[in-house]
Design a protein around this ligand. Sequence first.
Ligand code: 6PG
Length: 501
Amino acid sequence: MCRNKNFFVLKNSPFKIVLHFYGSNNCLNTIKMEQQFDFAMIGLGVMGRNLLLNMADNGFAVVGFDTDASKTSALESAATVGTTVKGVNSLEAMVALLKKPRKMILLVPAGKPVDAVLTSIQPLLSPEDVVIDGGNSHYTDTLRRIEAQSTMGFHFMGMGISGGELGARTGPSIMPGGNYEAYLNVQPVLEAIAAKANGEPCVAYMGKGAAGHYVKMVHNGIEYAIMQLLAEVYDLLQHGQGYTNEQLHQLFRQWNEGDLQSYLMEITAAIFLQKDELAEGELLDSILDVAGSKGTGKWTSQSAMDLGTAIPVIDAAVTMRSISGLKTNRIQAAGLYSPPSKAIAIEPEEFEQQLHDALVSAIIICYAQGLAMLQKASTELGFEIPLQDAVKVWRQGCIIRSAMLELFYTVCSQNPSISNILLDPTIVRPIQASIGGLRSVVIAATKAGIPSMALSNALNYFDAFVSDKLPLNLTQAQRDFFGAHTYQRLDREGIFHSHWG
Ligand code: 6PG
């Protein structure tokens, strides 16, 4: 009979190879391979590979699937020595290696590829397994997939991930939503790999249904808006004041050391200095002024329109990307209309201060619009998004991380049901101190004929938001005049219709 049983686990092996040594004769009785992998990734593009390697770096045994053999070998060769990383080219092999309940993330292009993977994997999984779509899927697709969950036979979650290639490897911001029990299953892994802000992981449960993808979509809308604001300030300094790339670098770097500190400010400062490898000068000056997009900004605007919530800074950013695409028309129109001189006659030091203040106001206003939209979606779409947690996970790891988010986190933690952060007294102060700069900048840009749609929309939103009286009484009168659409009165209750003219 066997008496003493000892186990030897081969380090760095994708399998836990258990060597059973029995009794005094030390005979090798069996070699047993067990399902020992903690997590799987389906799709080993840049984001998938780096996220999976991040899990491995945090001590999890991981397996990655891709049909492209070069991607599975790239995964294994990029793994840190001592970590457990395996690449496979079949879903069956991947599933067989996973511990139960199985946990996996899909990082494949949004749309049909997600449905194709779900259909292929469905017969291989059990009801308690968790499949997470970590791509930038449209939230309505996520809702449809959640609906189909019961027939698919596994837990399905939608999850936003932000941070790009480096963030995926070293600590992204993660926005999971949907089935809460399924979330609890994956929470330890997600908390281990997420970026940390003041020691807290930048991952939290974003709410029911497609809340994770919805929060990521709004994140991207804010990302578009801040990028557009920075582009407008670049235009004003370059064409209005003749700043060189070196001067722009210095100024953006200086701003990045103060209240405007943010990831987007930091990379913009670096962009101004990047040399062109194919021509003289800086690379920025050789890049065509036509912006691409994958649709998430547009989806944010579309959803805001459906909800009836105003996000004009984000809308301006989406619109400016569309106008940038009209390059041929723009060249033709520039010849036809001879636009005015773009020079701005304000002392550089004064203008820099105005631009700083303009950015403070406009960026706060753009976050305020995005957060107000999340708050509305939370109730109207039934997502029950904890607003403070959305802000909490954006503080590090993601593209819109910035110093300002600490203030918004405090505001939303103290008042999680706030409809608009502009109503909080701690936000009133920085806005009051900087809105004059935004107004001066919009005036200067308008006079000089330099487009400033995002800056102007921020100011106009603010001016409308703080107006206790808007001229929309006239709109109501017009509607009632031509269409008997009725109106309400200021001085008495009820619905009224008048005979006009
Ligand atoms: C992120 C980014 C990421 C992607 C954008 C790009 O948070 O890491 O938002 O998801 O870079 O979606 O979007 P566009 O191609 O539409 O600019």
